[in-house]
Design a protein around this ligand. Structure first.
Ligand code: PLP
Length: 464
C-alpha cells in the first residue's frame, strides 16, 4: 500500500510525508477555483472573485457539481489520487468544486486567506471552536448572541467538555476577567441578533492578542457593512442562510480565516495547532502548513473537523449562495436604506415604546455602530410595542404582506416575536441579558418599496 494512502487512512506520523500531503491538498483546493485577479470592492468581488469560466464548457455560471464522488479512470488513477501523486476530486465531504468557488469568493469578500463551507451556521460556530478547543478548555463568549448559538454553547458544547463563559460585551474588560490559562478563544456576534448593539471588535481583539487568544466573530447580520478582520478579528463565521443567500432558500454556513493570527507564537495557549494531532497522523499544524502561508487554522478545520464530523455544505446550496453573493453588496445597501426609513417611521409612532436600530441608539452602542458599520446599518431592527407581549403578538398576527417566519436576511420583509420563538429556550434572566424584553418584535427589513412596508406596519399597528 502506498505510504500516503496509509497516512491518510491510518494516521501514521511520518512528518515529511504529512507536509507533502497537506501542501498537495491545499494546492488542489486552490486549483479548483482559480482566481485571475484580486478585487477590493464588494460589488465586484461578489461577481468575479474565484471564478471566470468552466474550462471544459466555457460556462459562465458556476456549474453545480452535485455529486458525492468522482469517477476514477482506472485503478492506477484511483491509487494516484488517494496517494495525492495526482491531483483530482475524490469525495465531496472534504472538497467540492462548486463549494470551492463559494469559499474563495467569501474569503475575498471578508479579506481572509481561506474559507470552509459547512452545512449550516450552527455547524460553522461549532466547528470554529472545536477546531482549537478540546475537553477541559474554555472560551469566553458575549451574552448577546442568537438564541441557537447561545444554547449550542451552553448545552451541547458544555456536554462535550468545552466550557463557555458568557460575559456582557458592554464592557470589553469582562472578557479579560473571565480568562484563565485554558481559554482558547473569545467569541462575539458583530451585530447581535436581536439586541443590535455592535460588538466591541477591536477592544476585545486587543485584549486577546497578546495572550494568544483569537477573537472569533459571527458576521451573519453585517456582511459588507462590517469588515471584522480590519478591526483585528482572527476568524469569522456566517450563517450563509441569511443575507448571503438572500432569498430564504438554503441553509448553510462558512468559516473564514483572516490569516492575521500568530498561532505559532503561543504554543501553550493553542495546543491544538502546536502539538502533534492524533487525528491527522501526528501533524503539528503550524509547522506542517508553514510553507503555504498563514492557513494552519482553516486547513486543519477542513482536514480534521469537517472530515471527521461531516457537516459538509451541499454543492447545490453552494450554488445558491454564489447567486446570492452576486447581488449581496447591492442588497445590503437597499436593506440599510429601507431600514433607516422604517426606523424613523416607527420612532415617531404613538404605539411604539422604543426602536432598537444602530442609528437611533445612544451612548456606547451608537459610538460602536459608527465605528464598525461603515456601509450602512443593515436590515435588522427591533422595536417594542406599547402594551408588552400581548400587543407584540397582535401586531404580528395583523401583518398582511410582511412574513411571520424564523429567519432574517431574506429579500422579503420578515417579523417575529423572539421571546416566544427563536429565543424561547432562554430563561427570563437570559432573555433580558440578551436584550429581549417581553414586547420585543424583531424585524428583518426587506427590499420591497419602503412605502409598502410602512403601509403594512401602519395597518397592523392600528389593530393593537
Ligand atoms: N448566527 C446567527 C446570527 C443567526 O441568526 C443564525 C440563525 O438564525 C445562526 C447563526 C445559525 O444559522 P443556521 O440557521 O444557518 O444554522
Amino acid at each position: 500500500m502506498n505510504i500516503l494512502v496509509y497516512i491518510l487512512y491510518k494516521g501514521v506520523a511520518i512528518r515529511h510525508n504529512l507536509i507533502y500531503l497537506i501542501i498537495k491538498i491545499h494546492k488542489f483546493i486552490e486549483e479548483l477555483s482559480p482566481m485571475s485577479k484580486t478585487y477590493t470592492n464588494p460589488e465586484t468581488i461578489g461577481l468575479h472573485a474565484g471564478w471566470r469560466k468552466d474550462e471544459n464548457t466555457n460556462s459562465v455560471a458556476v456549474p453545480i457539481h452535485q455529486t458525492s464522488s468522482f469517477q476514477f479512470d482506472d485503478c492506477d488513477h484511483a491509487a494516484n489520487l488517494f496517494a495525492l501523486s495526482e491531483l483530482g476530486n475524490i469525495y465531496s465531504r472534504i472538497m467540492n468544486p462548486t463549494c470551492a468557488v463559494l469559499e474563495d469568493r467569501m474569503a475575498a469578500l471578508e479579506g481572509g486567506v481561506g474559507a470552509l463551507a459547512v452545512a449550516s451556521g450552527q455547524a460553522a460556530s461549532a466547528y470554529a471552536i472545536q477546531n482549537i478547543a478540546r475537553k477541559g478548555d474554555n472560551i469566553v463568549a458575549s451574552s448577546h448572541l442568537y438564541g441557537g448559538t447561545y444554547n449550542q454553547f451552553k448545552n451541547p458544547m458544555s456536554d462535550m467538555g468545552i466550557e463557555v463563559r458568557f460575559v456582557d460585551p458592554a464592557d470589553p474588560n469582562n472578557f479579560a476577567e473571565a480568562t484563565d490559562e485554558n481559554t482558547r478563544a473569545y467569541y462575539g456576534e458583530v451585530l447581535p441578533n436581536p439586541s443590535f448593539e455592535v460588538f466591541p471588535i477591536s477592544e476585545v481583539a486587543e485584549i486577546g492578542r497578546p495572550l494568544g487568544i483569537p477573537l472569533i466573530v459571527d458576521n451573519t447580520a453585517a456582511p459588507v457593512i462590517c469588515k471584522p478582520f480590519d478591526h483585528g478579528a482572527a476568524v469569522l463565521i456566517h450563517s450563509t442562510t441569511k443575507f448571503i443567500g438572500g432569498h430564504g432558500t438554503s441553509i448553510g454556513g462558512i468559516i473564514v480565516d483572516s490569516g492575521n493570527f500568530d498561532w505559532e507564537a503561543f504554543p501553550e495557549r493553542q495546543p491544538a495547532l502546536n502539538t502533534p494531532d492524533p487525528s491527522y497522523g501526528g501533524a503539528v499544524w503550524t509547522e506542517a502548513v508553514k510553507p503555504l502561508g498563514p492557513i494552519a487554522y482553516i486547513l486543519k478545520a477542513r482536514t480534521t473537523i469537517l472530515r471527521d464530523m461531516g457537516a459538509a455544505m451541499s454543492p447545490f446550496n453552494a450554488f445558491m449562495f454564489i447567486q446570492g453573493l452576486e447581488t449581496l453588496a447591492l442588497r445590503m445597501r437597499e436593506h440599510s436604506a429601507n431600514a433607516e426609513i422604517v426606523a424613523k417611521y416607527l420612532s415617531e409612532h404613538d404605539s411604539v415604546e422604543r426602536v432598537i436600530y444602530p442609528s437611533v441608539m445612544d451612548g456606547y452602542a451608537k459610538e460602536r455602530a459608527e465605528k464598525y458599520l461603515s456601509r450602512g446599518n443593515g436590515g435588522l431592527m427591533g422595536f417594542e410595542v406599547k402594551g408588552g407581549r400581548e400587543s407584540g403578538e397582535k401586531f404580528i398576527n395583523a401583518l398582511e404582506m410582511v412574513y411571520h417566519v424564523a429567519n432574517i436576511g431574506d429579500s422579503r420583509s420578515l417579523a417575529i416575536h423572539p421571546g416566544s420563538t427563536t429565543h424561547s429556550q432562554l430563561t427570563e434572566e437570559e432573555l433580558l441579558s440578551a436584550g429581549i424584553t417581553p414586547g420585543f418584535v424583531r424585524l428583518s427589513i426587506g427590499l420591497e418599496h419602503p412605502d409598502d412596508i410602512i403601509a403594512d406596519f401602519e395597518q397592523a399597528l392600528s389593530k393593537i
